[in-house]
Design a protein around this ligand. Structure first.
Ligand code: BEZ
Ligand code: FE
Length: 289
């Protein structure tokens, strides 16, 4: 039943009741929930006209920053923890499967497919690292033909796409396919923490809230295999100074990897390095489709 006049007390119900003829039931229900909580928030905050106009100006500027390359609204969703929440609800994984985390804006499609063991660091800058592990099913069996799409920031905390002309294109990116043993391994350099883009409205908001814009050092993975759920995830350096305060809340206990510095010359030689390197071993378990 549509309710007629607007009252402060019944405000949310009056608005929701106006939507009863919506064609899309899901839209109607979601808008009802949104309006209910939005009105409750306005009442709880005792919002002034001035503050509401400041909020509108913030959202307007956020939209104005967006283009084909920059998505300030996703960044806003990230720093509010909404991206992680939606991921957790929509991509819930069964017990024993690897957990996912945010995709972020720096994935590039079309990275080169490389042979296992290839070095994805094209400019040789940074501390050498060997990343290895297995892609397994939930029973511990290796998954053959799994596709790993990996990308990371360099040792100064920049992705190649942020430093066109400074880093080579596709620096620190690669696509790998597992063999029958499910193993993967590639060479890279130890990544560094970096700030999310903070020259826009989201950066201003973080500053006003006394928050830093940094993400702890990590490697990104998208792992796909026939018959399994796609996994979008990272591994993190647990010793990173920002590991407990990721600006976008992407860190999970299960995504910590051990970055072991290998100083033994024999191991260095066996692994094909001529000096110290970081050894990072991490297995991923894919959930069935
Ligand atoms: C990233 O890890 O690449 C990222 C994720 C969320 C926001 C910004 C960057
Ligand atoms: Fe990242």
């Amino acid at each position: 039943m549509e309710k007629g006049y607007f009252t402060t007390e019944d405000s949310a119900e009056v608005v929701a009741s106006r939507n009863v003829h919506a064609n899309d039931a899901r839209l109607r229900d979601c808008m009802g929930v949104l309006v209910k909580h939005l009105h409750a928030a306005v009442k709880e905050m005792n919002l002034t006209q001035d503050e509401w106009m400041k909020g509108i100006a913030f959202l307007t500027q956020t939209g104005q920053i967006c283009d084909d390359w920059r998505q300030e609204f996703i960044l806003l969703s990230d720093v509010l923890g909404v991206s992680m929440l939606v991921d957790a609800l929509d991509n819930a994984k069964p017990q024993g499967a690897s957990e996912g985390t945010v995709l972020g804006p720096f994935h590039v499609t079309g990275a080169p497919e490389l042979a296992m063991g290839a070095d994805i660091c094209l400019d040789k800058k940074g501390e050498p690292m060997l990343v290895r592990g297995r892609i397994l099913d939930i029973d511990g069996n290796p998954i053959a033909n799994a596709k790993l799409d990996v990308w990371q920031a360099n040792d100064e905390g920049f992705y190649d796409v942020q430093q066109k002309g400074i880093q080579p294109d596709y620096n620190l990116r690669g696509v790998f396919k597992t063999g029958p043993d499910g193993q993967y391994w590639f060479r890279a350099v130890k990544p560094k923490y970096y700030p999310i883009p903070h020259d826009g409205t989201v950066g201003k908001l973080l500053q006003a809230l006394g928050r830093h814009p940094y993400r702890p050092a990590h490697l990104h993975y998208i792992i796909e295999a026939d018959g399994y759920q796609r996994l979008v995830t990272h591994i993190f350096d647990p010793d990173d100074p920002y590991i407990h305060s990721d600006a976008v809340f992407g860190v999970k206990e299960s995504l910590m990897a051990d970055f072991k510095l290998i100083e033994d010359p024999e191991r260095q030689r066996d692994a094909g390095f001529d000096g110290p390197y970081y050894d990072v071993e991490h297995d991923f378990v894919l959930a069935p489709a």
